[in-house]
Design a binder for this molecule. Structure first.
Ligand SMILES: Nc1ncnc2c1ncn2[C@@H]1O[C@H](COP(=O)(O)OP(=O)(O)O)[C@@H](O)[C@H]1O
Ligand SMILES: [Mg+2]
Length: 219
C-alpha cells in the first residue's frame, strides 16, 4: 500500500511542482514511486518527467495524470499496489481537486514563500481543509517554507506571524531561494543531482523529515 504525499497551494507559482518533482526523484532513488500530475494543462511535472526519462529511463519512477478529482482517485487506486510512494502535484484554485488530495494523502504539504501575498492565499485553504476534515478528521496539512531568505527580517517576521495566526503546522526544513531549483526543474533533474551543494542538502533534509513523518504514520 503506497503512502501518499499531496502538494497543494491555491496560489500559482508557489513551488508545488518544484517540491513534487524533487520529492518524487528523491523517493524513486530507492523505491517505486508514482508522480501524479493534477495541474493540467500546465503539466509542469509531466514535462519534467518526459525530459528526465529521456535521459535516465528510470524504472522506479512512474507518471500518471488526472484532469479532475475522479480521475485522481482512479489513478491513486491503480498505483497504490505498484508504488511505495505517490506524490501528487496539485493545481491552483480547483477546490474539489484540492479537497480530494487532502482526503487521499497521508501528508499534505503546502509550499509557501515568506511573502504577504502567499500567506493571504494560504488562508483560502482553510475553508477547503475544513470541508476535507468533515470527510476525514485527521487530514494532516503542513506548510513548507520555500524561496526562504533567512537573512531578511521580513521573512522571519512573516514566518513568526503565520506560526501564531494560521492553523497549520510547518516543517522544520526549508528551501532557500536558489537558481538550482529552477535549473533542475528545466532539465528534468532533482537538485540532489545538481552541483549546488546547499540546494542538495536542503532537499535531502526536507525529504528525510518527510520520510520520518511517514514512518511515524505507519506505526
Ligand atoms: N526554492 C526556489 N528557489 C528558486 N526558484 C524557485 C524555488 N521554488 C520554485 N522556484 C521557481 O519558481 C517558479 C514556480 O515554481 P513551480 O514549482 O513551477 O510552482 P507551481 O507548481 O506552484 O506553479 C519556477 O520557475 C521554479 O523554478
Ligand atoms: Mg506547478
Amino acid at each position: 500500500m503506497a503512502q501518499i504525499v499531496g502538494i497543494i497551494q491555491t496560489k500559482g507559482g508557489a513551488g508545488r511542482s518544484t517540491l513534487a518533482t524533487n520529492l518524487a526523484a528523491h523517493f524513486s532513488f530507492r523505491d517505486p514511486t508514482t508522480l501524479i500530475d493534477c495541474d493540467l494543462p500546465q503539466a509542469t511535472s509531466s514535462s519534467w518527467y518526459t525530459l528526465r526519462q529521456a535521459e535516465l529511463s528510470s524504472k522506479t519512477l512512474l507518471l500518471a495524470t488526472a484532469h479532475n478529482h475522479l480521475e485522481l482517485i482512479q489513478r491513486a487506486k491503480e498505483h497504490t499496489a505498484d508504488s511505495k510512494y505517490l506524490i501528487i502535484d496539485g493545481p491552483p484554485r480547483l477546490a474539489e481537486m484540492t479537497r480530494a488530495i487532502m482526503i487521499l494523502s497521508d501528508l499534505c504539504l503546502i509550499p509557501i514563500g515568506a511573502s504577504a501575498a502567499e500567506i493571504w492565499s494560504t488562508t483560502d485553504l482553510l475553508q477547503t481543509l475544513e470541508e476535507a476534515r468533515s470527510y476525514k478528521p485527521d487530514v494532516d496539512a503542513r506548510l513548507v517554507w520555500t524561496r526562504f531568505r533567512a537573512q531578511t527580517r521580513e521573512a522571519q517576521e512573516l514566518k513568526d506571524a503565520v506560526q501564531k495566526g494560521l492553523r497549520f503546522k510547518d516543517l522544520q526544513s526549508r528551501l532557500g531561494y536558489r537558481v538550482a531549483f529552477s535549473e533542475a526543474l528545466a532539465r528534468g533533474l532533482s537538485v540532489e543531482e545538481s552541483s549546488d551543494r546547499s540546494a542538495h542538502a536542503e532537499m535531502m533534509g526536507l525529504a528525510e523529515e518527510i520520510e520520518g513523518i511517514l514512518v511515524e504514520k505507519k506505526r
